[in-house]
Ligand binder design. Structure first.
Ligand code: F6P
Length: 356
């Protein structure tokens, strides 16, 4: 996709030239963010926008193209990322002798004539973005992930869409569980965080919700499920985050928990691992709005020359924080989160304790 771009500004308004890349796991809303950055930059600030392919790999291999306004049409509702993504970590010493990737990135950033680079991605991406800012590049980070685990922001786009997808899946499990009087265990994504499992578990009417942040006691879970059976509850839904503790050799959290339950309760149990469905398809309306707000705010920061920052959503407002304060941290579910308290009030078993 390499296009030669004249390094001198070819824009009569002498607008800034900004590069955009999308890195890490994809999610619904990335294209809405690209559109938010691109249209605000072009329409409101007369800037030029360069789309870089496949995350940081595109910067290393100089693979990019001019993003004109027509290229930004029709992508608001499109899942995935039109730029492509990768999990390239240019600062990671993988022991392979080879080109100095950060040096190549700085060289190509300069050759492209960029005034700023917008990095759309999760934790790993923002960590790389912070390191590039330390190397002197003008960087703006935009947080995205279905995991909602980026430090500093209340929400990332991708999360609302994944909660919707996962909730719809859990809704469907109720009918089949009821028909067969079974326990259904569904495993959701989230990496080390339990946000997606907590929200979709509550929204989907889960009876047991297991989060990495709380841990769980098999005896408590099984006693709770047996108590439901004694009370003639026809079935149970168990929602498990992929990051919960399990033996290393276990294929999945769902398989381990399901076997633990079936062995301990003798109740027929089945598993569903929702997987990449949670990352696919068109973004929810709320994610389209959040992604657009993030993208547009990023350009406001660039226009004001405020670099080295990541856009955030705090108490419903769009603002930003220093990239330095984000890198290497995770936003995990606090054990006393209000939603956990509400779950306990509804006698939902969170795996760690329950009053029988
Ligand atoms: O970070 C998003 C995510 O979907 C996590 O929830 C999941 O653990 C991971 O990406 C999967 O990574 P990959 O796409 O590399 O298989």
């Amino acid at each position: 996709m390499h296009r030669h771009i004249n390094a001198s500004k070819n824009n009569s308004k002498m607008g800034k030239r900004i590069g955009i890349l999308t890195a890490g796991g994809d999610c619904p809303g990335i294209n809405a963010a690209i559109r938010g950055v691109g249209k605000t930059a072009i329409v409101s600030h007369g800037m030029e926008v360069i789309g870089i392919s496949s995350g940081f790999s595109g910067l290393i291999h100089n693979d990019f193209e001019l993003l004109t306004e027509d290229k930004l049409s029709g992508i608001l509702t499109l899942g995935g990322t039109v730029l492509g993504t990768s999990r390239e970590k240019p600062f990671k010493k993988n022991g392979m002798p080879g080109a100095d990737k950060p040096k190549l990135i700085k060289k190509h950033y300069k050759e492209m004539g960029l005034d700023c680079l917008v990095c759309i991605g999760g934790n790993g991406t923002q960590k790389t973005a912070a390191l590039l800012a330390e190397e002197g590049l003008n960087i703006i980070g935009i947080p995205k992930t279905i995991d909602n685990d980026v430090y500093g922001t209340d929400f990332t786009f991708g999360f609302d869409s994944a909660v919707t997808i996962a909730t719809e899946a859990i809704d469907r499990l109720h009918t089949t569980a009821n028909s067969h009087k079974r326990i259904m265990v569904i495993e959701l994504m989230g990496h080390h965080a339990g946000w997606l499992t907590l929200y979709a578990g509550m929204a989907g009417g889960g009876d047991v919700i297991l989060l990495p942040e709380l841990g769980y006691d098999p005896k408590i879970v099984n006693r709770y499920l047996l108590d439901r059976a004694y009370k003639k509850k026809p079935y149970s839904i168990v929602v498990v985050a992929e990051g919960v503790e399990k033996p290393k050799e276990e294929s999945s959290a769902a398989a381990y928990v399901a076997r633990m339950i079936e062995t301990g309760t003798r109740i027929e149990t089945r598993t569903t691992i929702l997987g990449y469905v949670q990352r696919g398809g068109s973004p929810s309306p709320m994610d389209r709005i959040l992604a657009t707000r993030f993208g547009s705010h990023a350009v406001d920061l660039i226009a004001d020359g405020k670099y080295g920052r990541m856009v955030i959503n705090k108490n419903g407002q769009t603002s930003s924080m220093s990239l330095k304060d984000v890198g290497g941290k995770l936003s995990l579910v606090p054990p006393k989160h209000s939603l956990i308290n509400k779950a306990r009030a509804l006698d939902i078993c969170m795996g760690d304790r329950c009053e029988l």
